[in-house]
Design a protein around this ligand. Sequence first.
Ligand code: SF4
Length: 433
Amino acid sequence: MKYYIKTFGCQMNFNDSERLGGILQSMGYEPAQSYEDADLILLNTCTIREKPDQKVYSHLGEYKKVKEKNPRALIGVCGCLAQRMGQELVQKAPMVDIMFSSFNMHQLPELIQQAQAGYRATAILEEPPQDEDKLWDYPTVRDNQFCAYVTVMKGCDKNCTYCVVPKTRGRQRSRSLESILSEVESLVKDGVKEVHLLGQNVTAWGQDIGMSFAELIYRVAQVDGVERIRFTTGHPKDLTEEMVRAMAEIPQVCEHIHLPVQAGSNRVLKLMDRGYTKEEYLEKIQMLREYIPNMTFSTDIIVGFPTETEEDFEHTLDVLKRVEFEQVFSFKYSPRPDTPAYSMEGQVPDEVKTERMRRLLELQKSIISKKARLYQGTVQEVLFESYQEGKLLGRTRTNRWVSVEGGEELLGKLVRVKITKPHLYSMEGELIF
Ligand code: SF4
């Protein structure tokens, strides 16, 4: 039997799909080349903005044709849209045989049995079940041999007014340290060099089990063979000096952090219920720079949050100028059902959002090209992750892609590279032995 998984959304969703692959392979399924050849098609959905919602229906329309050719084929929908819509999606998508969410991925084997017996196996739970940790008993199926995501917590205890995550992934549940370390140990045995710790608000890990994120990264760094540590997504309010000191002391922690600011105006940050001001955010950046001088940053920005004025937006641009992020993931505000901001007065017209987005991208492009030029002639440590036609591809500790000419034997190795041609989003270099 063959399976095909299509994933939308964030790294958490991609790591969930890697886990779903592990569950299916433990049941004897094999990955299909394309959905046309699959006996089971899973759509792991996202609902963070309107666009991913719409994409789901067009994909289900395609998958329905597979069932017409292969009546035994099963179609499953999981992830955040499944959790948010529940039965409404079941009614709207009659071709769907199986539905579950990030709460109960470990129940997939019995849901498949129910569907094979001809029942519609839809299990959308209000709350995560007691035995949700059974999920960690399954391995992940990864494309990348040397870098691996490790989910360390689920859900979020924040209440950002634009965000659906607390509804679709529930309240914060930190995974146990033992479970995380045993996965890291088996990944290292499998040849992984870089561990990327994942959580909606990873810096809050441990708050619900009496531990701290700083302890977690110290312990992960003690696993023999872990050469690099990254983590996503941090929350400025939970980033403590203890964590920053740990990041500075642990040699494996890479000099790059993704720290979403979302907006620059204190008035808008309050309406978003982000829990920090522009000044406090910039103080965290300053603290990181004091402990780790060559630290680099990326962030998320929402443009056009309800009631955002031109003056508010200028504050957002000011944060970009003062921090000089290496990467900015910027989005036009997308009203999400079941979120407080959805019914807020003062929704910003789309053409205004588009105009502001254009100016933001223009400014960010000038910042990136300036930052890129600073790499010229520098020597960077690169972990090579892939090889194609005589070219090795890997990332610096600051999360920049670099390609060099070299042999396949360097795959999975940490190598010093001299940067010869820095481009906007990637760089070329030469090996230094
Ligand atoms: S921190 Fe805010 S934006 Fe991030 S997942 Fe939690 S509620 Fe959503």
